[in-house]
Each structure stands twice: as C-alpha cells, then as structure tokens.
Write a protein that binds this ligand. Sequence first.
Ligand SMILES: *Cc1c(COP(=O)(O)O)cnc(C)c1O
Length: 495
Amino acid sequence: MAAPLFLEPRLEPPLAELLAAPDLLHGLVDALGSPLNVLLPDAIAANVAAFRAVYRRHHLDGPIYFAHKANRSSALVRRLAATEAGIDVASLGELSHALGAGFAPDRVLATGPKDADFLWLAARAGATVHVDAPAELVELAGLVRAHGLPRVRVLLRLSAFESAGVRLLTRRSRFGVPVADLGALLDLVEQHRDAVELLGVAYHLDTTGIAEKALALESCVLAMDEAGRRGFRPRVIDIGGGFGTSYLADGEQWARYTTELTNAVLGRRPPLTWRGHGYGLRNEGGTARGRLTLYPAHRPVAGPDYLAELLATRAPTLERTLADVLLDHLYELAMEPGRALVDQCGLSLARVVDVRPTDDGAHLVRLGMNAGDVSLEEHGVLADPLIVPRAGPPPTADGAPDGERDGEPVGVYLVGNLCLEADLVTRRLVFLPRLPARGELLAFANTAGYCMDFHAHHAQRQPSARKVAVGRRDGAWWWSLDEQYWPTTHTSGEA
Ligand SMILES: *Cc1c(COP(=O)(O)O)cnc(C)c1O
C-alpha cells in the first residue's frame, strides 16, 4: 500500500474526552442503535462565550444569533436558550422550535425564504424579520395591517456589493437586495412605516474571503448612513454567518493530501478516491483543471478568530479598522454563525458491520449508516473517523484476526447501508491506523455543523440516527435523549 495520508481531526475538550470514553459510546450505540449522533450542549455555550470575548475586546455590542439550520437538535437550542445568545430561524418549524425552547421573541431573527404563515408567526410573536426582497417587505406590512399586529422590526438584507476603485465584487446571491437599489428599498420602508420599523441592514456571504466581507461590511455602514440621512434611526449591522471551522489538526497533512489528490487525478500515483473521483479536479492532457470543491478542512483562522481578523481589517475606503468604524458610529454588530457555533459540539457514530478486502489491496468497511447520515461528501468535509475499540478481549472470528488489532495502517473505502453502488460515506480512500473490526465503532468527529442531520433520510426504511446529549458532571458522564434534555437537569443556570 502507498504511504498513508492521514487527515486527523482537530479535537478539543470536551469532544476529545468523549472520544476517550469508548465504553460510554459503545453502551449508547448498543442501546440506541447505529447510526447515533452525540451532542455536547455545553460546548455551544462555550462557543458563544468565545465570540462574545471578541466583541468585548473591541468594545462592541450586539446579538449573536445561532443559525439553527446547522443542526436540528433540541438539546443544543435549549442549552443556547440558557445563554445570552439569540437564534436565527429559517422556517416556521425552526421558529416554533426556538420559541418552545425558551427564546423570547426579541432574541429571534427570522431569515431565509418565507411564506405567509412563517411571516405571520414571526410578526405575531414579535421576532425581528430579516427581509430578503421588496415583495417580502410589502407582504409583511400587509399581514401586519390585515391582522392588526404590532409593528415589526426589520433588517434589510443587502447583496451585490461593489467597490468603487478596486475591482472587487462580492459573489452573486439569490438572496438579498442589490445595494444599488437601496434608495428604492428605503422608499418602500418609508411607505410602510406604520407596519415596519427599520432596525438596520444585513448581509450573509457564503465565502471565506475577508476582503469580500470587509467590502460588504463597509457598504452596510454607508447604507446605514444613507438611511440616517433619510430620517431613519437604524442601529444594527448584521454580518451573517460564515466564520467557519477548522476540521483538521494539522495543516501539513491537508496540504500534502490536496497535492497528492492532484497527483492522483493526473495518474501520477495510485488513486485516492473511489473510481478516480476528482473532487472538482480533472485531467486535461496531463494538466489538472477545475477547482477543488472541498471545504478548506484546515483553516488557520476560523470561528471567533475569523471575526477578530475581520474587525481588525481596514475598511476599504474609510481608512480605519472595521471595528473602529462600527464603534465611531455606535452601531451594534449582529451576526448569525451556524457552523462556527457548533464547532466541537458533537460526533456521529456508526457500527462496523462488515470488513472485506478488495482486489487492489484496499478494504471495504461497511457501516451501519449511509451517506445521508454523515453528509461529509455533500459538504466537502474531509477528516478521518476514529476507531472506537470495544472493551474486553480483541475481536477474532468474525472480525479482524487477533494480530490486526494493533496492525498496520490500511486504506479503506467506507460503504453505507443502502443497496446502491453510489452509497459511499465518503468517496475518499480513508487511511486508518489499523483495520477496524466488525462490532467496533467509527466516530466521525465534529459533525454537528450540517453533517449530522441536514441530509438524513429514511430511504429503504433504514433508521435515521437518534440524538443524545452528553456532558460531564462531578467527573462522570451523564447522557439523555436529545428530546428529553432541558437545562434544568444539566446546568447550574449560569449563562
Ligand atoms: C446558512 C446561513 C447562516 C449560517 O452560515 P454558517 O456558514 O453556518 O455560519 C447564517 N445566515 C444565513 C442567512 C444563512 O443562510
């Protein structure tokens, strides 16, 4: 076998400690089945605190809304309700869930595509509405009047930011109103001011590029100034999500992996993927073309550090850092992190059902889960799973031979439980430190952001993963079904 190319996941406490508790993990899967999602609700509270610390360092204030769409868990949302954070809901179901978890409406921001029912409940409850388009503003105002609802606070979602001199343009989005149409949008707000109150402006850019975000943020400041000149008193700029997560422990492993992936696409080394899949790259006459469609799995700056970097960036034309610009204007900074707020908040477990060799020296490891249960492929997240050994004597008979328990590194393809050629949990050849044995578990770390349940389905009546919340108290682990978790039992009531 070619030299292994490991992609070791970045693990911090308490996730690292959880992975060091194999008996607990096996006991949970024995009781609740495979696949199983395990959540660490206290970790989301720690992440809120880390973002808040960046605000404090810059003397800034404003709400941190968790983008609920990253995970459907009740435990995470209820634990979050016990902190100071707000929540960004993108459907009627998420809005109801948040209200039922204890979020007072003034901590709720309704975003995303909305229908009349979603708008009505948001307005009736008194949530803030993140307005996506002029027609939505008009519909909202109409509902407010027709149903005699209180005035709704709105943030205007802007897009298509352009810099004056330098040629920089933020990426196209199907959401939001082009900033060039701000004047007309403010006319509309003015026309409907009996029904809506302008709280501020917003953007959400699906990019990791700091320059694009700096341009968007400065453009929002200018839009707020414009609204101020028009007699509005807006005070909030919402910079959306996209702070990101670093999934890998080692940047060199990532660099080596992507180099070797390119070599594999060019046929210069043995394949690294199922049937030569190129993750966006292709071989055109000996040259690699295309662009890697993978999440940048190792990010030197992500999450709260990314926020700090953005705030320390100079505004493109205003000649001060973005933090100073916000502070000078006394604007509040709102944001909607999804992935970054659930960083290190959970893992997905699957039982090894079968292990068999292939004729090219790799192995197929069949798992009690499918690609929908841990949508690493869908989100382009590459990180190695960890083997969770079972206590007691090493497995023999059905499993790996005795000797292989501390055997050699192997390359395996992880195949799922669907009767479908394409059901690979990842199309990547995964290198493991040894061959796992039937009955052992593979743990996919840090899956709480989108990977856990965004694409889970019931095809073939395969079970979709249950969720459990776990945590540590007085040196021992407790666990509870996700839907049974409430902060009463498991926290002392602190923020
Ligand atoms: C998805 C989404 C987010 C969260 O994005 P992350 O990359 O998970 O931080 C925030 N706001 C809006 C409007 C979104 O659509």
